[in-house]
Design a protein around this ligand. Structure first.
Ligand code: JSK
Length: 449
């Protein structure tokens, strides 16, 4: 049995997000978010599921931190709910909201677990959406006030900060495709949201530096890796445009201060254009300390203007194994993403801030959750991380998505990504086989192959 060793000090973590696990949706002054509204809009979320209770982590976090300690992780990635801190998005600060996150962070630190805090993981205060949301440039300044409040409340305790989770999902999935809140379907709105989120990111990085907040700051874009079905130019170009849309549109401005020009031209042909104000691109390109990379899947596709995506890219079914949510299992895609980032943007430190698999295994008669498919998925992807490190990519850590089963957005509670099983009736947590597998990896810092 050979082993693959990870670098000394490599961070093994697990990730969640506020709306997906906390519940307590109206407790201690929390305001409504766009996801509370979206869940209550008929037909948007599986069986009308919502985040009212979720995993009740708002009340159970102490026991959950004990489980994290048992898991042996050295870092836990979570997000702060803006509607808990400033309930209407731009007005009074809610001290009880700050108190909750201070208590969570103190509990983590008391157990030797480093927090990685995401400032924005999709739960925009509804009051701001009522005024245009992220498509309204004024939201940028409201976000800065929120970010400054959190920075000052947790400075010195939190050392790893991420501004935004998956800006592609915040913008295109939510305002062009319409699958996520607020469920709009307009290309220019999506481009405006993407741009304003990027400007908010850049201004937040500048604020972090100006305030002298301790630690490191980055952003956590989602990525995927699509390859062309053939070497025909139209297929090659369509695959590039898809990678450009999912990866480049955010990575390039954040890392270089420039949008990918070819894609700007394509968007213009489609009737959309970023509204760039003087100084925006320099702000967006403000130097960050790390990139958080979320990766789940990839595939093969070809040019099909009739049935493809906005750029005429259509996935070709390759018969690859898929997870229970229907995503291809493509571990090499993670290696391709990581080496692409190094090739294009240099030695930026990288944390894999999300990687995991949806498998809906239930407890057996003996109460054990046998999720061997998740173990196989995690093993294959962790090995690709090791391969990328071996080839010189500066990967500092890996957070599996997710610590526990939770509210999977439009899929509600029908899709399970956790290494902890959650019985939503009783809120009991059950360690899956993958929990024990991941515990061994986190403690050993090597994987047996
Ligand atoms: N018109 N074209 N349509 C086709 C174009 O779709 C392109 C792909 O769509 C996507 C892309 C990405 C996702 C996604 C979901 N998660 C899981 C969450 N991550 C954050 C955490 O909260 C997890 O729950 N991560 N990424 C969904 C849909």
């Amino acid at each position: 049995m050979a082993i693959v060793q990870f670098p000394k000090g490599f961070v093994w973590g697990a990730a969640t997000a506020a709306f997906q696990v906390e519940g307590a949706y109206r407790e201690d002054g929390r305001g409504l978010s766009i996801w509370d509204t979206f869940c209550r809009t008929p037909g948007k979320v599986w069986e009308g599921d919502n985040g009212d209770v979720a995993c009740d982590m708002y009340h159970r976090y102490k026991d959950d931190v004990k489980l994290m300690k048992d898991l042996g992780i050295t870092s836990y990635r979570f997000s702060v709910a803006w509607p808990r801190i400033i309930p209407d998005g731009s007005g009074e600060i809610n001290p009880k909201g700050i108190e909750f996150y201070r208590n969570l962070v103190d509990e983590l630190l008391a157990h030797g677990i480093e927090p990685m805090l995401t400032l924005y993981h999709w739960d925009l205060p509804q009051a701001l959406q009522d005024r245009g949301g992220w498509a309204n440039r004024e939201t940028i300044d409201h976000f800065l006030k929120y970010a400054e409040t959190v920075f000052k409340a947790l400075d010195g305790k939190v050392k790893l900060w991420a501004t935004f989770n998956e800006p592609w999902c915040i913008s295109f999935l939510s305002n062009y495709i319409g699958a996520h809140a607020p469920g709009l379907r307009d290309l220019q709105t999506a481009i405006d949201v993407a741009h304003n989120v990027l400007v908010a990111h850049g201004k937040t990085v500048r604020l972090f530096r100006e305030l002298g907040i301790k630690g490191e700051i980055g952003i956590a874009p989602n990525t995927e890796w699509m390859e062309p079905f053939s070497d025909r130019e139209e297929d090659v170009e369509a695959a590039w445009r898809r990678r450009g849309w999912l990866n480049e549109w955010f990575l390039r401005p954040v890392m270089t201060g420039q949008y990918p020009e070819k894609l700007v031209q394509w968007f213009e042909k489609l009737g959309g254009k970023p509204k760039i104000e003087p100084g925006d691109m320099e702000l967006i390109g403000s130097k960050i300390d790390f990139l958080g990379i979320n990766y789940y899947t990839g595939g093969i596709g070809r040019y099909n203007p009739e049935e493809g995506d906005i750029f005429g890219f259509q996935e070709v079914p390759m018969g690859w194994e898929k997870t229970d949510i229907g995503w291809n299992i493509y571990p090499q895609g993670l290696y391709n993403v990581l080496t692409y980032i190094k090739r294009e943007f240099g030695d930026i430190p990288i944390y894999i801030t999300e990687n995991g698999a949806c498998y809906n295994d239930e407890p057996g008669a003996d109460g054990r959750v046998r999720d061997q498919r998740r173990i196989e998925y995690l093993k294959k992807h962790v090995l690709q991380v090791a391969r990328a490190i071996e080839s010189g990519v500066n990967v500092k850590g890996y957070y599996t998505w997710s610590l526990m089963d939770n509210f999977e957005w439009a899929y509600g509670y029908s899709m399970r990504f956790g290494i902890l099983y959650v019985d939503y009736e009783t809120q009991q947590r059950i360690k899956k086989d993958s929990f024990r597998w991941y515990r061994k990896l986190a403690r050993n810092n090597y994987i047996e192959v």
